[in-house]
Design a protein around this ligand. Sequence first.
Ligand code: MF3
Ligand code: CO
Length: 251
Amino acid sequence: MIAIKNERELAIMRRACKITAAARALAGEMVKPGITTKQIDTAVHDYIVSQGAEPACLGYYGYPASVCISVNDAVVHGIPDDYVLKDGDVVSVDLVAKWGGFHGDCAATFACGHISADAQKLIDVTKQGFYEGLRFAKYGYRVSDISHAVQTYVESNGFSVVRAYVGHGIGAQMHEEPEVPNFGKPGRGPRLLPGMTVCIEPMVNQGVYNVRVLKDGWTAVTTDGKNSAHYENTVLITDGEPEILTVTEGL
Ligand code: MF3
Ligand code: CO
C-alpha cells in the first residue's frame, strides 16, 4: 500500500524537506580542497539538530554518520572520515532529516575545485536526468514512466544508470513503497496518485553500471573505478505539476 499524505502530513513533510535541502546546500558550500569529509558531516549534523530535526541516516541499520559522502568512484553510502578533499574530486552528498515524524531525503554531486569537463558533464547529466524523470511524476503516469525517462536521457548522453540502488517512496518511513528505479520499460508499476511522495534519485556512472560494496559494508563503488554522480529530491505528486519538496525557499 502506497501512503497518500493528507494536508496536515504534507505541511510537516514540507518543513522536514526544507531542512534537508538546506543541509544539502550547506554541505555543498563546504566542498572545497583541504576539508575532510568528517568536517562536513559534523556541520550537517549540527545544522539538522539546530533545526529541531534528527539526522535520520545516523544509526540507520547502523550507518555511522549524518550524511553519506561518496567521492569519485564511490556511488552512494560513502562514510565521512579523515579523507581530505582535493582539487578535482567529484563529491556526492546524500542526507535525510526527520522532523515532526516525517522524512526529507535529497542528494547532489558537487565539484571540488576544478574538475575535468567529463566529470562536469557527468554531474550535469545526472541532475538533468532527475528533471527528465520529473516530467512523468504526475497523476496519469505510472512509476516506470519516470524510470524510463531517466534511463533514456542518461544513456543517450553516453553514461549508465546504476541498477543496484533505486529511488523510493518516503514519509513516516525513510523508505516506503513504491521502488522508483532509474531504468526500465515505460507503463509499468503502480499508478501515480496525488498525495504520494517519492524520491527520484538518478545514480549515474561514467563507465559501466556495475557496483560493489567495500569492506566497510556501506560504500558502493563502481567496478571499473570510473566516476559516479547522484542527484535526488523528494517530490510530491499532485493533480497537476509535481512539487519538489526539498527546496530551501521559505525555510
Ligand atoms: N538517501 C539514502 C537512501 O535512500 C540515505 C541512506 S541513509 C543510510 O538510501 F543510512 F542508509 F546511509
Ligand atoms: Co533516497
